[in-house]
Every structure is written in structure tokens, then in C-alpha cells.
Design a protein around this ligand. Structure first.
Ligand code: FAD
Length: 410
């Protein structure tokens, strides 16, 4: 491309840093300004749970150091918040300085929602779990903690509960719904996760919300649930979802729904301004819908596609999002494509082996495979075939669906 193209990227998570890396590969003479309001170079956010469980060190979690940015001539601005974008003049503003751009990526992710229950705000022993600094603060608290409570039905609440238990702290987990991931998992899948939680000694309280916290000298000493259960505790973890960071786009005319709306090239309704990662509500041509996807692989894939298009290419996002995670020490979950969380009108076929602790659910939409959930160690056979089937948009008749549960060849 042109020698002097100027790129600005807001957010140095996996989406933003991948984008910077790809831009530099494609164009050795462009300028790249990369901003983050955190004090860290790119770190592996999905390795924060193992860091909290003390299974890896902080050094292992950091993925790129300052020297890497210097070597690739990426102008990294740590602890610098981009406050405003002028979409007409194409300038990003941070600390009163304007950074002009030819193309901009907004990969600002989301910030965790606080608990609004009385007694919680401002207490020293209440934590969200999104950033490296959260992880360090929770870890310090767990050194002295005896009883910890996690609230929420999300993956983050699960990660908190698992970490509390793995650090040897008595753990209570409050979920508003009847099971974990209630919009994705059916009753039996929920029971299998519940079994795994209990094996790790976690006390799971379904249908319970935090009513209020009792505190003394600025710390929470007890939580009281919606049905009146009282749990004395010294650590409270909050996993109540994210608010997407879009304020910097106020007044630009860029469309915001559940996230920053963009097409399958990741370009917003304003030419030259792109969105990616957790912050993007993007168009998935396979599922034929817009949605937001908060997964690591998705963030990296967005960073790559956005970079190609920012540099003048024409690349379409055509990936099947995937999420894999441990579920306590006894279980694992792999989910790819979409689930009823995204589109409620899906047909489900499933295969369950309670002895092996395996669950496999296939979701169909318009007779096409749309998504898969696999629970159970060693229960990932056939994954590649499923992903290809989702991508191909091939139609399967309902009498073929059951047989697909036994796909094994990778
Ligand atoms: C504890 C935890 C465990 C997870 N586990 C998994 C997992 O097992 N598998 C999986 O697939 N996904 C997992 N995820 C989700 C995954 O980490 C995210 O989907 C992914 O990291 C999103 O990357 P991103 O680049 O879009 O945004 P982020 O990583 O959120 O980066 C955005 C950055 O932009 C900064 N920023 C925001 N606004 C501004 C501004 N105005 N100016 C400057 N900087 C700004 C933010 O502070 C942040 O540093 C996990 C997430 C967490 C928190």
C-alpha cells in the first residue's frame, strides 16, 4: 500500500495487537499507533484463570514485551485512554493530543459490570475478573481468605468459583438461573456441570441472587441471598457480564447495538473505521446474523481480517467461533458455532453417556448444522468435520441428524 498510511488501533488485546502485527507484515513503512488504558503489553487474558489458580506465572501470561513493539515499529501507548474519535476529520484524541489516521480499528472489549446490590460498592474485598490487575488483587485476597462467594451464571463467574476452590477456600456460587449457561446448556448438560462443581467441593446455589452484603470497616463479611440464605465470607467475586466500551465513538454516528456494528469485513457504517473482538457486533455469513462473540480465537481472527481490509484488501470474516474450557477438575466443554443463546429457534439432537460423563449436542437451523456443544474429557472427535459442515451451509435431513452425533473422523 501507500508508503505513509497511518493506522490507529484502540485496545491492545488479542484483536488489536494481532491487527498491528498483520499491518506491519503487510506494509513496512506505515505508521501504527496502538493504545491501551492498561499498563501492560499484550497478555493472554484466557490465561488469567490459571494465573489465579497459581498454575502459571505472570511472565508466562505476558505475550508481547516492549522490545517486540519496538522491533516492529509499533508505537505503543500504555495507560493511555483514547477519549474521542473525530470520524469526519479522522483523528483519535488521547490526553489532548490528536492522532490522525487513514484507518482505525476499535478493539476496546468490554468492562465488567459491578454488582449493584446494597453493601457491595466500594468494598475492598469485592472483585471483578477481567484484567491482570484484578487477578493480582484477587490472588492477594485469597492468601488470607477462608470463605469466598462467586455470583453470576457466566463463564467468568465459573472461573472465579473454580479458582476459589482450587486455592483451598470454601466456595459458594450463586446463580440466578436453574443451571450454568442456562441459555446454551439443557438440563442434563447443566447437571453434568453441577456434578463437576460438587466433586471440587463447590457449594452451588441455584435460583439465588445476591440480595445484599453486610460489611464492617469497608469489607464484606457476609452475603445474604434473595431467599435469605446467609453466607459469612471474606471474598466476593462478581461475574455479571460486560458493558462494551463504545463511549469513545459517541457523536460519530457509528451504529452501536449490543456492540459496535460492522459488516463481515469488520467495517462500520463509516468508511475506514473498523471494529473487532469482544467490542464488535459483526455479521456472520454462515449464521446469517449479527452477533457479538467474546472468545479469544474470534478476537485474533477479527484482528487479521480487519488488518487486511484496513490496508486496502477485501477479506471477509468466515470463521466458526469456538470456545473451549475446563469445567472444574473433572470436566471440559467445547462449543463452536452458535447455540440457543444466539438464536432460540434451533433444533437440538443430543447424545449422552452418563458413565463416561460425555454429552454431545448438535444444533440445527434450517436443516443446516449451526453449532455444537461437547462436554466431557476426550469428547472432541469429529470436531473438524462439524466445523466444515457448519461452514459449508450444507443441508442435512432430520433422519441424518442422529447419525451425525457419531461423527469421529477428524
Ligand atoms: C478471566 C477470563 C477468562 C477467559 N477465558 C476464555 C477462554 O477460556 N476461551 C476464550 O475463547 N475466551 C476466554 N475469555 C474471553 C477472551 O479473553 C476475550 O474474548 C478476548 O480477550 C477479547 O479480546 P479483545 O482484543 O477483543 O479485547 P480485550 O482483551 O478486552 O482488550 C481490550 C483492551 O482495550 C482497552 N481499552 C478499552 N477502551 C479503551 C480506550 N478508550 N482507550 C484505550 N484502551 C481502551 C481495555 O482496557 C483492554 O485492555 C476470557 C476472558 C476473561 C476475562
Amino acid at each position: 500500500m501507500n508508503d505513509n498510511r497511518r493506522y490507529v488501533i484502540v485496545g491492545n488485546g488479542f484483536a488489536g495487537t494481532t491487527c498491528a502485527e498483520q499491518l506491519r507484515k503487510a506494509d513496512s513503512s506505515c505508521s501504527i499507533a496502538l493504545f491501551t488504558d492498561e499498563p501492560y503489553t499484550l497478555y493472554n487474558r484466557i490465561a488469567l484463570p490459571p494465573l489465579l489458580r497459581k498454575q502459571v506465572t505472570e511472565a508466562k501470561v505476558i505475550m508481547r514485551d516492549l522490545a517486540w513493539h519496538e522491533k516492529h515499529a509499533i508505537d505503543l501507548h500504555l495507560s493511555t485512554r483514547v477519549e474521542r474519535i473525530d470520524a469526519t476529520e479522522k483523528v483519535a484524541y488521547a490526553n489532548g493530543t490528536g492522532y490522525p489516521f487513514d484507518a482505525l480499528l476499535v478493539a476496546t472489549g468490554g468492562r465488567p459490570n459491578p454488582s449493584l446490590s446494597p453493601g457491595v460498592a466500594g468494598a475492598y474485598n469485592v472483585f471483578n475478573f477481567q484484567y491482570m490487575d484484578d487477578t493480582k488483587a484477587i490472588s492477594r485476597q485469597l492468601e488470607e481468605s477462608k470463605v469466598a462467594v462467586a455470583i453470576g451464571g457466566s463463564f467468568i463467574a465459573y472461573e472465579l468459583a473454580e479458582a476459589f476452590a482450587s486455592r483451598g477456600v470454601e466456595t459458594h456460587w450463586l446463580l440466578r438461573g436453574p443451571r450454568f449457561l442456562r441459555r446454551m446448556l439443557d438440563e442434563i448438560a447443566g447437571e453434568m456441570v453441577d456434578d463437576a462443581a460438587r466433586i471440587d467441593g463447590v457449594h452451588v446455589h441455584y435460583g439465588e441472587e445476591l440480595d445484599h452484603a453486610v460489611r464492617s470497616n469497608g469489607v464484606v463479611t457476609k452475603v445474604v441471598t434473595s431467599s435469605g440464605i446467609e453466607i459469612p465470607c471474606d471474598c466476593l467475586g462478581v461475574g455479571l457480564g460486560l458493558t462494551i466500551n463504545t463511549e469513545l465513538l459517541d457523536g460519530t454516528g457509528i451504529e452501536i447495538r449490543t456492540g459496535i456494528v460492522c459488516d463481515d469485513r469488520l467495517e462500520t457504517n463509516i468508511k475506514g473505521i473498523y471494529a473487532g473482538g469482544d467490542a464488535a457486533e459483526f455479521y456472520d455469513p454462515t449464521a446469517e446474523m449479527f452477533y457479538r462473540m467474546g472468545t479469544w480465537n474470534n478476537a485474533g481472527a477479527h484482528g487479521k481480517v480487519a488488518a487486511i481490509n484496513m490496508a486496502g484488501g477485501d477479506e471477509r470474516y468466515h470463521d466458526v467461533p469456538e470456545y473451549s474450557s475446563k469445567l472444574f477438575t473433572d470436566q471440559t466443554i467445547t462449543q463452536f458455532g452458535i447455540s440457543p443463546e444466539y438464536r432460540p429457534d434451533l433444533d437440538l439432537v443430543r447424545k449422552i453417556d452418563r458413565e463416561k460423563k460425555h454429552y454431545r449436542g448438535l444444533f440445527f437451523w434450517k436443516n443446516r448444522l449451526a453449532g455444537v456443544v461437547m462436554i466431557g474429557k476426550g469428547n472432541r472427535a469429529g470436531k473438524r468435520k462439524y466445523v466444515d459442515a457448519i461452514k459449508s451451509k450444507q443441508a442435512f435431513t432430520p433422519d441424518q441428524w442422529e447419525a451425525m452425533l457419531d461423527w469421529t473422523a477428524d
